[in-house]
Design a binder for this molecule. Sequence first.
Ligand SMILES: [Zn+2]
Length: 321
Amino acid sequence: MTERKQDDLWRDFPKTATEFEARFATEEDCRGYWIEARWGGQPACARCNSTRVWSERGGFLFECAECGHQTSLTSGTLLEKTRKPFKVWFRAVFEISTRRTGISAKDLQRILGFGSYRTAWTWLHKLRAAMVRSDSEALGPFVQIDEALVGGKGGPHKELVLIAAEAGGRVRLAHVENNDAGTLKRFADGQIAAGTHVVTDGHAGYNSESLGKRPHDAVVQTKPERRENDAVQSCHWTISLLKRWLLGTHAGAVRDKHLQAYLDEFAFRYNRRKTKGVGRIAARVIEQLVGHAPLPTRRIIKETKRCRWFAPSQTAPELRA
Ligand SMILES: [Zn+2]
């Protein structure tokens, strides 16, 4: 789809609950939007790409007149194999996009009337995957780096999170095993543009080995000095918001192996805190539900690795925000 058309889709997206309910009143309304987002309005055969297709099963499948292949509207997307109507998915997208602080699985379960908590939980993971994008630009030209211990409701167990924050701008967060020089280097190289001026609190791991040629101020401060003029203020604000979000919206119920997915969602919301477009975010989420590869529940549950950002492959995937 052209960028222009993409733009029109989000511009037209409802901004209030009333508008939303009018625009997406029926399953057909939602399906029409989905077809617009996926194929620019005209479905094409997944096998031969022909647009000579017939609708089957009440519009949920279509069959190709050229090769006979049947394509479902959701195959190959994040909604693949869903048994629920588009209408329910659209409602979930609207809820997750309009709430400034997101939504918990428990709340989603209640709003959508699901019998099972697990269904709501897997939906949220899919929506979270759709919320983040992988093409974000590296941070710069002034960035603070810090770290924090996060989580561990009712226990001594805490998880280490690295934070990089532009002064007053965007953030990136990574759940890591430790803060050795190699880990810090992968974080810096993956997230922070070359030549960026870096400020840290003087932790020994931040050096020319981990930060490369980036200019670096290691500012060691006493508590009173920090109160006066905190050198890594943006990081500290981010951390306290993050902790409040994990405890508030998610009631501290985030398991360590899923922490990175929550950090991605947090960064996505935080980095868009000045965007006024609810419609824009919701339209973007639908666009990503269409464009993202399927994410089977089994994979969310079994194959998610703790600290997957630094999985043994050693190739750090981009943080998505
Ligand atoms: Zn075909």
